[in-house]
Design a protein around this ligand. Structure first.
Ligand code: SF4
Length: 274
């Protein structure tokens, strides 16, 4: 049986007003995300869809492609005022299923007819497939989320996401093509992200993004049951700290200076999201 349950749906709308700072609209071509990151808060926002449509399939094990996404977009954009569109926010626009569904590709083709600034955020090198369209967009940037370099540890937290190495290689490729790019160090996973910080920035610098953003790990109460067993297994020495972070975010403020200093060594002034 396939690992991921896929069920096509007809969405009612595709452009959502965003609550993210600096982002006006979001477009999510899929419900669910087969990367299955254990810290993902998106599972909390899509739960009302799952129960009806995906039965017992857990987060990371179902994907519902919105097969009418491009048609909806064309209709909806006519009525929208200008503003930054983020692809995506509660899924990855370049899931493995995108290879065959090409929903993000079709969405980008529609967006190319308009002048909305676009930000694409992904964990997948599949975005390279759409270079032909991205190169023709007037105002676009592409970002890659990166939580650390230790691939064995990363795979505990992001079990089905493409390797960080492949993300950095794709980031480099896009930067070389003259596309605006960013690295999004997110979320900071104590004991992973901050354990080889100099090497992390060195590798990011090689990929040469235009900017680097950083965000912390927010452990919402409903997520602890997913995160706790992974930390106990992968980073047992850090379980106390993760437990503290649930209620007290001071750790993330204490490490900011260290991040800033190392980033500046590589020519980056970090953009903090918290
Ligand atoms: S890639 Fe993003 S949306 Fe997908 S599971 Fe990971 S954090 Fe959630």
């Amino acid at each position: 049986m396939a690992r991921v349950y896929v069920r096509e749906i007809f969405a009612k709308s595709i452009v959502s007003k965003s609550g993210i700072i600096g982002v006006d609209y979001t477009i999510n071509p899929y419900v669910g995300c087969s990367h299955g990151c254990i810290y993902c808060y998106a599972r909390l926002y899509t739960s009302r869809f799952w129960e009806k449509l995906v039965g017992n399939h857990e987060w990371g094990y179902f994907v519902l492609p919105k097969i009418n996404a491009a048609q909806l977009l064309r209709k909806e954009l006519k009525k929208k005022e200008g503003g930054l569109i983020l692809l995506s926010s509660v899924t990855d626009p370049y899931l493995p299923q995108e290879s065959s569904y090409k929903l993000t590709r079709k969405i980008l083709k529609v967006l190319a007819e308009y002048e909305f600034p676009i930000s694409i955020l992904t964990k997948s090198p599949l975005v390279i497939r759409d270079l032909d369209i991205i190169l023709g967009l007037k105002d676009v940037e592409v970002g890659f989320s990166i939580s650390g370099l230790n691939s064995a540890l990363v795979s505990h937290f992001e079990p089905y996401a493409p390797s960080v190495k492949s993300r950095l290689a794709a980031l480099k490729r896009l930067s070389e093509k003259g596309i605006m790019t960013y690295a999004f160090i997110s979320p900071i996973l104590p004991g992973l992200t901050d354990s080889h910080l100099d090497t992390l920035f060195k590798e990011i610098k090689k990929a040469n993004p235009d900017r680097v953003m950083v965000d912390l790990l927010r452990i919402r109460p409903q997520l602890w049951k997913y995160i706790k067993p992974v930390v106990e297994k992968a980073l047992p020495d850090y379980i106390k700290l993760y437990n503290k972070i649930r209620f007290d975010l001071s750790y993330f403020f204490e490490i900011r200076e260290m991040f800033n200093q190392i980033a500046s060594k590589y020519g980056y002034e970090l953009e903090w999201m918290y």
